[in-house]
Design a protein around this ligand. Structure first.
Ligand code: ARG
Length: 248
């Protein structure tokens, strides 16, 4: 009977080990990556319904260098940091490195420089940092744009699940301006060129920001990802992706 039990246990053990290996496809261990595909050109849902964009292409290229098959999970931006190391292995989402996030995750090296932009309706009289005071400001929830807006004197900050929802409320005069990262601001403005104008946050004294990949605290994966980024920079892939997705 004891032997029988031991055998059953052994089978169960083997099965669970195999199940672990089951997450390996073609021998490649999966890398589960969280993003929020509402942030063009870094991440958006492509015509085929799958997440696409610079970040998605970058992390897939990184995965290839690491010999891991990348699986992208599209989720709410504000839930990404907490999900790193539990629901997902890493997060890539045009995510700005900041001290608060650093308490929960380790960041890879920076891979892109950004700044918050201001989107207004054409003909708006918002021109200077002073003009932002007391305004209704649309932002995406949990973003650095939201944190920045919350620091503006008497501002009434409206946060949205998607940056584009904030932009649509701007078009419908439900907010006076939207604060969002430079490249998405450019994409949204180009979508509604006749209606919207963008302004460089540098003119409002907004600080530079840097995007990096969020990894579990203390994990070796940071070094692996950094090595992969370096090698993608060296072999020209990184620049090709910048040209394809951001500068096209
Ligand atoms: N860079 C900003 C931040 O880190 C906004 C990022 C939003 N990204 C997204 N995929 N929705 O907070």
């Amino acid at each position: 009977m004891k032997k029988m039990l031991a055998m059953v246990l052994a089978v169960v053990l083997c099965a669970s080990v195999l199940a672990g290996c089951g997450s390996k496809d073609n021998g490649a261990k999966k890398l589960t990556v969280g993003t929020n595909a509402e942030f063009p050109p870094f991440e958006y849902v492509g015509d085929d319904g799958q997440p696409d964009g610079f970040d998605v292409a970058l992390i897939k290229a990184i995965g290839e260098k690491m010999g891991r098959e990348v699986v992208v999970e599209n989720m709410a931006f504000e839930s990404l940091v907490a999900a790193v190391g539990t629901k997902i292995d890493v997060a890539i989402a045009g995510m700005t490195v900041n001290d608060e996030r650093k308490q929960s995750v380790d960041f890879s090296e920076n891979y892109y420089e950004a700044v918050q932009y201001v989107i207004v309706k054409k003909g708006s009289d918002i021109k200077t940092a002073d003009d932002l005071k007391g305004k209704n400001i649309g932002v995406q929830i949990g973003t650095t744009g939201m944190f920045l807006a919350e620091d503006i004197e008497n501002a009434n900050v409206k946060s949205y699940n998607k940056g584009l929802d904030a932009v649509n409320d701007l078009r419908n005069d439900r907010v006076d301006l939207v604060i969002i990262d430079k490249n998405p601001a450019m994409v949204f403005q180009s979508k509604y060129q006749d209606e919207l104008e963008i302004m460089d946050g540098a003119d409002f004294d907004f600080e530079k920001e840097y995007y990096a990949i969020a990894c579990p605290k203390g994990s070796d994966i940071v070094a692996e990802i950094n090595a992969a980024i370096d090698s993608l920079k060296q072999d020209g892939t990184f620049d090709k992706l910048v040209q394809k997705y951001i500068e096209e």
